[in-house]
Design a protein around this ligand. Structure first.
Ligand code: GDP
Length: 416
């Protein structure tokens, strides 16, 4: 039977695959780096007067070092990114807090998020805040402080505040997930600018809707724009505040069906991002407030005044959402981020092969020239030539190995 757990902890999180994939691609790049260094050292060692290796070839090989270092840099910063959208007060901040299992983002009346807030992991013991205009790390100890810090800054709706939160306090952040809260889609803002700035590298979008009303046109329009700009974005719809249905149990099934039908029609017919069957796994009925309450209280079991009749089913659905979401997030991130890196690694190694083969060819020609000119090979050239023969065959084997390695590792990561 499928293990359901509470979203994290009891079962291995699918997000771990991202970390594995990252390590694997890192290993591949280490191999490529050592290979480039070896080739560079060899080529540099060939005496200039022999016309075996040109200055351009030498420079090109040296430039590979910089390129690989650049990829390594990008790789180390790679993460899985999820952006939350929806109208103000639908519960975006509460959903994020529930996923983080802590009341980090201020929510509720008077705490409207006016700009984008990105939560990401930090290796520090204390959380801190970064704004776009300075490198100053503003420390935060509590929600109240954070709320204060956020309300103290008057920012444009497309401004970004980063909250660096200790990885040790949150599994999601430890696994390289970055969560972005947005101003409500009903807030007037340049939505195209929002998309360009925050959405192009997003792996998953979560629309936090209000189960007490139908999906609004502003919410729909925003996602229509997103799917115009991105090819087949991964979108989840959370019908939040589903605890409100507890007060009208006789209507619950009907309302749920109505929402579900409309949400599916939106994803399938309007956005055209998934088929009908997939869409069923993209729509959830949850109560972020109950999830947060039960999680920040410790063990669920003793109902608090904030937990309504039937809350277990909603907590269960929230955990179910997280599981499906994590699978989707990880798959998308591994594919888009690492496939690209691996491809570049392959391109680099084949470019290097081309150069080394050219050098090999030049050395053979030099050898022939010297034989025809003097009837014998100078011992130095003989030495270089033998070295090149040896190196070249090693290179060929190594490249073959490496390319296969890259392909296997990527294929394995994607399969997992
Ligand atoms: P945001 O503006 O979308 O970030 O919304 P918030 O997360 O700030 O939530 C707005 C208000 O709705 C807060 O007072 C929350 O406690 C409340 N809220 C959020 N989720 C739920 C829910 O599932 N059920 C109920 N009853 N209230 C919720």
């Amino acid at each position: 039977p499928r293990q359901l757990g509470n979203g994290h902890g009891h079962t291995a999180s699918p997000l771990k695959i991202f970390g594995h994939a990252k390590n694997k691609v890192n290993e591949i790049f280490k191999t490529i780096t050592s290979y480039i260094s070896e080739s560079d050292a060899f080529l540099t060692g060939i005496p200039e007067g022999d016309n075996i290796v040109t200055r351009e070839q030498l420079e090109e090989v040296k430039a590979f070092k910089g390129k690989v270092a650049g990829i390594g840099e990008v790789l180390s910063r790679d993460h899985m990114k999820v952006v939350f959208f929806g109208r103000t007060s639908n519960g975006k901040s509460t959903v994020i807090n529930a996923m983080l299992k802590t009341k980090l983002l201020p929510s509720g009346i008077g705490h409207t998020t006016n700009c984008f807030v990105q939560v990401e992991g930090s290796d520090t013991h204390e959380g801190y805040l970064l704004t776009e205009d300075s490198d100053e790390q503003k420390s935060i100890h509590s929600v109240r402080e954070l709320a204060h810090a956020l309300s103290g800054v008057k920012l444009d709706s497309s401004a970004l505040i980063k909250i660096k939160w200790p990885k040790e306090k949150c599994v999601l952040l430890r696994d390289d997930v970055v969560l972005v809260d947005s101003p409500g889609v009903d807030v007037s803002g340049d939505t195209d600018a929002w998309i360009d700035k925050f959405c192009l590298d997003a792996d998953v979008f979560v629309l936090v809707a209000n189960a007490e009303s139908t999906l609004m046109q502003t919410e729909k329009n925003f996602f229509l724009r997103v799917s115009d700009k991105l090819s087949k974005p991964n979108i989840f719809i959370l019908n939040n505040r589903w605890d409100a249905s507890a007060s009208e149990p006789e209507m619950m099934e009907e309302v749920r069906k109505q929402h579900l039908d409309r949400n599916i029609a939106f994803l399938v017919d309007e956005l055209k991002v998934v088929n009908r069957q997939e869409a069923e796994n993209r729509v959830f009925f949850i109560s972020a407030r109950e999830a947060l309450t039960s999680r920040s209280q410790g063990q669920p079991g003793t109902p608090s005044p904030l937990l309504q009749e039937g809350y277990q089913a909603r907590l269960f659905e929230f955990a179910n959402f997280e599981r499906t979401f994590e699978e989707c997030l990880c798959k998308s991130a591994v594919k888009t981020k690492f496939e690209q890196h691996a491809q570049r690694g392959k391109t680099l190694s084949s470019q290097l092969r081309t150069i080394m083969e050219a050098v090999h060819e030049q050395s053979l020609q030099a050898k022939n020239r010297s034989i025809t000119q003097r009837g014998e090979t100078s011992s130095r050239l003989q030495f270089v030539s033998t070295q090149l023969d040896k190196l070249s065959s090693e290179i060929k084997d190594q490249i073959k190995l490496m390319v296969e390695d890259v392909e296997n590792k990527v294929a394995k990561a994607l399969n997992e």
